[in-house]
Design a protein around this ligand. Structure first.
Ligand SMILES: [Zn+2]
Length: 239
């Protein structure tokens, strides 16, 4: 049974299908409302997660932040169309260049939506607020620092830092349940450098919420950066 689990002070994570895709959605509960980070892979999944969230907090959802545009994190966004949304300033370009075609063809790589999570009502709407540089927002009454990255896992990765809880919600720039996913637009060398820099901003006891899998720590992030740097050296140059 999927459920929201508190991983740090008033920061909850729901892991969707931990037996399979194991993708996370995160809720930061503040005095004036909840900001959700990532929307899972379909409106059905997102509505289910939002319903479960309403069972554990009476605070209203007041915002949505998206860590990147991949379907498994973004295709549920229309379930939060009633609140403002933030994403990397290149998010909308990524949607147009990659996810729109996936939606039109009905599959993303070897993934196709099932009856339990159809894509019929996916809406690839642009975020209300494109984020071009590090920005602090507080729609729920707690500071959230949004850090858009240079090219890493994708061209539109954005990291969410919750300073008062020592939490970093990093999307797929860190994966715990599998190896980091090198996509067509990934740049493992720049990705490794940015992960090392991010780790340098983290405290040893900070909690890192990866896009997939269980929460990890700074040491895990550093180790993944080392692995990505090695992958970059081994990758044949693009010609
Ligand atoms: Zn993912």
């Amino acid at each position: 049974m999927e459920s929201w689990v508190e991983v740090a002070d008033r920061v909850l994570v729901l892991r969707h299908r931990p037996d399979a895709i194991d993708v996370s959605t995160t809720a930061v509960v503040g005095p004036h409302g909840v900001v959700v980070v990532d929307a899972l892979g379909s409106p059905t999944q997102a509505r289910r997660a939002r319903g479960l969230l309403a069972e554990v907090t009476s605070a209203p959802v007041v915002g949505l932040v998206l860590t990147h545009a991949h379907w498994d994190h973004a295709f549920g966004a229309s379930a939060y169309a009633d609140v403002p949304s933030w994403a990397h300033h290149r998010y909308i370009v990524h949607l147009a260049e990659h996810e729109a075609a996936e939606l039109a063809t009905g599959h993303a790589g070897d993934h196709a939506p099932d009856d339990d999570a159809p894509w019929d009502d996916v809406d690839l709407a642009p975020p209300d607020v494109p984020v071009p540089r590090t920005t602090t927002i507080r729609p729920g009454g707690r500071d959230l620092v949004l850090r858009p990255l240079d090219v890493a896992h994708t061209t539109c990765d954005l990291v969410v830092h919750v300073p008062d809880a020592g939490v970093w919600v990093v999307g797929d720039v860190v994966e715990e349940s599998g190896e980091p996913s090198l996509e067509i637009d990934s740049d493992p060398a720049r990705w490794a450098r940015q992960l090392t820099a991010l780790a340098g901003r983290m405290a040893a006891r900070d909690v890192v919420v990866p896009g997939h899998g269980a929460v990890v720590d700074r040491a895990f992030v550093r180790a993944q950066a080392v692995g990505l740097a090695a992958a970059a050296r081994a990758r044949p140059p693009v010609t």
